[in-house]
Design a protein around this ligand. Structure first.
Ligand SMILES: Nc1ncnc2c1ncn2[C@@H]1O[C@H](COP(=O)(O)OP(=O)(O)OP(=O)(O)O)[C@@H](O)[C@H]1O
Ligand SMILES: [Mg+2]
Length: 372
């Protein structure tokens, strides 16, 4: 059921073909790293690229170097009898097995034991130095890969870094089409467009909205998903999502004249760079559309500051210097949720979204302004 991701698959296969090259797969939370890694291990098992075996393990907070490798050897169905496993032991063991392996180590960011990270870096180094023909694929958020490389700078050359970006509208469409054909349903183009737009590149929302919309069509005795089904799915997703409590905590107020929910919605709608960052000034236009009133930065700067604090769940992160700060959502999943909530509560409409979208395409295509 995996949709898209052809480019990333080719990157990994080409790295596996080069002795001494290993893979670091990184991306935001929820973009589909684990799904990709699982399919990867399966692909290597099935088509037997160079007689490979594919296995995958997950790191958890109480794992260490030793337990990770014991899990890997168990998955590979190989008996090893070391009391304590070292990077050299791992290399010798892997070299002694009959066929090469593609070994996926997922959720690197959950590994808390620092010496284990350092040992893992040493393992990549020794695999690379000895041109071991098995391939390691470590998976995590960007920071965890930086930390891994920080343990042993020379492994940077041994690692092919593959970014798992947010999914394109086309890839998200593929998810819905695959799901529909599996459930013997069809979906109107406009309905699919709406779901892929609301998903903001995160497959989680495509699955969720697709599921609710499909269920509603079936309850209504139809086999075709329509736009009204998607609108109803938005309400359902907003009401049932576990992230709802994070949203409430960030925006709650005993007074009605505070702007917390409006400012957070403006953050969700603000124009962002490729990494999801936006400056405070980017809130002016969307906030005006939401409230019907023009606010300048000093009016909402205190709200932005509060969103950084634990009291409101630290829903935003901030980088940069005073006067040129950039903000982004700490949890990428919250941003689409805030927009869905705004739609469901009728604070914004499809037209608001369309005009904001139009604004950003105008920016993209317009010529740079002359300096003089
Ligand atoms: N290529 C894809 N095609 C179809 N569905 C996908 C795809 N990638 C991810 N998904 C779906 O999106 C959801 C999130 O994906 P996944 O758990 O793999 O993300 P992740 O990056 O590992 O998240 P986390 O950072 O939380 O570990 C899952 O429900 C998964 O089924
Ligand atoms: Mg994952």
């Amino acid at each position: 059921m995996l949709a898209g991701r052809q480019a990333q698959l080719m990157d990994v296969i080409s790295a596996a073909g080069q002795p001494g090259q290993h893979v670091a797969l990184y991306g935001e939370r929820g973009v589909g790293k684990t799904s990709f890694a699982n399919v990867l291990a399966e692909v290597f098992n099935q088509i037997g690229v160079g007689g490979y075996r594919g296995v995958g393990v997950n790191c958890s907070t109480d794992d260490n170097f030793d337990s990770i490798w014991r899990n890997i050897f168990r998955e590979l169905d190989e008996d090893i009898e070391y009391v304590a496993i070292t990077p050299e032991d791992v290399r010798h063991a892997i070299e002694s097995f009959g066929s090469p392996a593609l070994i996926v180590i997922d959720e690197l960011d959950r590994l808390e034991d620092e010496s284990s990270l350092s040992l893992l870096a040493d393992t990549i180094k020794t695999f690379s130095d000895h041109s071991v023909n098995s391939t390691l694929v470590v998976v995590g958020v960007a920071r965890s890969i930086d930390e891994l490389i920080g343990e042993h700078e020379s492994i940077e050359r041994a690692l092919v870094q593959v970014e798992m970006p947010r999914m394109s509208r086309g890839e998200l469409r593929e998810i819905i089409e695959k799901g529909c054909s599996y459930a013997e349903l069809t979906a109107l183009d406009l309905a699919i467009d709406k779901i892929t737009k609301f998903s903001e590149g995160l497959p989680h929302y495509t699955h969720l909205l697709g599921l609710y919309a499909g269920q509603r069509a079936v309850m209504d005795d139809r086999t075709e998903i329509m736009v009204v089904d998607v609108d109803a799915a938005v309400d359902q997703a907003v009401a049932k999502h576990t992230i709802r409590s994070d949203y409430r905590r960030a925006t709650r107020s005993t007074r009605t004249d505070t702007l917390y929910s409006q400012v957070l919605l403006a953050c969700a709608l603000a124009e962002k760079d490729a990494l999801g960052f936006f400056p405070a000034g980017a809130l002016r236009d969307p906030l005006e559309m939401i409230t019907g009133k023009r606010y300048e930065i000093p009016a909402f700067a205190p709200h932005l500051k509060k969103f950084l604090e634990p009291g409101r769940g630290s829903v935003l992160r901030r980088e940069g210097e005073p006067r040129s700060y950039f903000y982004r959502f700490a949890n990428p999943l919250l941003q689409p949720y805030v927009i869905l909530n705004g739609l469901s509560e009728k604070v914004i409409s499809d037209e608001t979204l369309a005009s904001l979208e139009q604004r950003s395409t105008v920016h993209e295509t317009s010529e740079p302004e002359p300096l003089f």
